[in-house]
Design a protein around this ligand. Structure first.
Ligand code: NAD
Length: 458
């Protein structure tokens, strides 16, 4: 495999000089080809995502395909504008010069993706890489093998390997790829592996975009519409069975509202997933692997052993790799469920007395990928925004910030480096080159030596 990778990498390194000359129209043809090819493989994708994650057709269409068609259409519509050099203002040192910002392709890029939205998380950065005029090697996750196979077919059909190639495999394949001197690496995955990627990239001084995970807190203010908050949090927590990087990880609820909120959350879960007294397994995702299933079960078991209260769920279906929605409250200090990213349908609720206490708890953890606020009090909303940091935030909603390509999507420190989607993705895969066109009216020589006799200061 290493030999094959080496050949493709060298071919792409040579081809990048040809590819960089492409204009917007030529790149748009490539994006359209990608879109047409995805369309051809739609039914295979529905089947693959069902097999890997038991995603329903509707969930796949909304969270994977619709999302990618949206990104493609947005790039196709705006690429001309994104690529055109941007004017910047003059300064005292360049008073008559033309100052421009050029977006040039980085070159050969590596894209590594996780398994939770296995199609979207390969395609979204790939769209940006192509829009920006790059060659790319992509590596889907080994934990979603059916989707990985379809991705590989789509790429083989739409592109020559000298431009885009797909290598399927596990962490050891990633390790081999990471040794190569790529011009940019775009990694989506866990914070722990993100550090390994950044370390490997440092050896070649390769720039990185890291889309990582972490614990995304949700704050339900005393002045919130509790029913709406409960419904939206239930949706955000349980889509893809909680295996969403920006899912509300845990929730703060005012102590006076704790029981009411739990009741409303249960009602929302029943409305969305329980037809009779059982979860409809056709419409509820499975946990990706036995290892992740065990990890989630042990998070719940450990919290309960230490004294946490189970307010909902606690039913585990190992043969179907399914965890029914869980709510935990009265979580004791030191419980792992409040230390590591949950990434499953388990919702710890922390009751609080005042917002200062909430802010202290949020800020005692690594900066989150997402932070959600439910409140009707604009003073409290501003207070929370001003005193916390997160990759992105929704006020009175969850997840939806990811769906607007006019907004950057990404984390901060522990939850990521750089951002993606729309122009932000294009920019990530481009080098912003500063270009000054000097004018014939040029007074630069005023600052040249000899300095003897120039006793004045600017
Ligand atoms: P992961 O870090 O285990 O794996 C991600 C990718 O890295 C996979 O392709 C895997 O093969 C590869 N990999 C694994 N170990 C490696 C190693 N030692 N060296 C090199 N490569 C390695 O993550 P995961 O379990 O696939 O995904 C879940 C994580 O991804 C969660 O933390 C989640 O929050 C995060 N995530 C983030 C975003 C985002 O946009 N910020 C989106 C989805 C998922």
């Amino acid at each position: 495999m290493e030999q094959k990778i080496d050949v493709v990498f060298k071919t792409q390194q040579a081809y990048k000089y040809t590819l960089r000359k492409n204009n917007a129209a030529q790149r748009i043809v490539k994006l359209k080809t990608l879109k047409d090819t995805i369309k051809k493989y739609e039914s295979a994708l529905y089947k693959a995502l069902k097999s890997d994650l038991r995603k329903s057709v509707f969930e796949t269409s909304v969270t994977e395909l619709f999302f990618i068609y949206g990104e493609l259409d947005f790039a196709i519509k705006n690429l001309n504008g994104w690529m055109s050099p941007k004017r910047v203002g003059k300064t005292l040192t360049t008073p008559f010069a033309k100052n421009r910002l050029y977006y040039e392709p980085k070159g050969v890029c590596l894209i590594i993706a996780p398994w939770n939205y296995p199609f979207q998380l390969i395609m979204s950065p790939l769209i940006s890489a192509i829009a920006a005029g790059n060659c790319a090697i992509v590596k889907p996750s080994e934990l979603s093998p059916a989707t990985s196979k379809v991705i590989s077919k789509i790429i083989e059909t739409a592109f020559e390997a000298q431009e885009v190639a797909c290598f399927e495999g596990n962490a050891s394949l990633s390790t081999s790829l990471l040794k190569l001197p790529f011009d940019h690496i775009f990694f989506t995955g866990s914070t722990a592996v993100g550090k390994i990627v950044m370390e490997a990239a440092a050896k070649n001084l390769t720039s990185v975009t890291l889309e990582l995970g972490g614990k995304s807190p949700t704050i339900v203010d005393k002045a919130a519409d509790l029913a709406k908050a409960a419904e939206k949090i239930a949706w955000g927590k349980l889509v893809n069975a909680g295996q969403t990087c920006i899912a509300p990880d845990y929730v703060f609820v005012h102590e006076q509202h704790l029981d009411e909120f739990i009741g409303l959350y249960k009602a929302a879960v029943n409305k969305m997933y329980f037809k009779t007294d059982k979860v409809d397994l056709k419409a509820y995702g499975k946990i990706i692997s036995p290892k992740h299933y065990k990890r989630l079960k042990s998070l719940v078991d450990e919290a309960v052993e230490k004294g946490a209260r189970i307010d909902l769920g606690g039913t585990f279906d190992e043969p179907n790799q399914t965890i029914y929605p869980v709510v935990l409250s009265k979580i004791p200090k030191g419980a792992k469920v409040m230390e590591e990213e949950i990434f499953g349908p388990v919702l710890p609720i922390i009751s609080y007395q005042n917002l200062e206490e909430v802010i202290d708890k949020v800020n005692s953890k690594s900066k989150a990928l997402a932070l959600y606020i439910f409140s009707k009090n604009s003073k409290n909303i501003k207070y929370i925004l001003k005193n916390t940091s997160a990759g992105g935030t929704c006020v009175n909603d969850v997840l939806i910030h990811i769906s607007n390509p006019k907004l950057p999507f990404g984390g901060v420190n522990g939850s990521g480096v750089g951002s993606c989607h729309g122009f932000f993705g294009f920019k990530n895969f481009s080098h912003e080159r500063a270009v000054v066109f000097q004018s014939r009216l040029d007074f630069s020589s005023m600052i040249y030596p000899p300095y003897v006799g120039k006793e004045w200061v600017l």
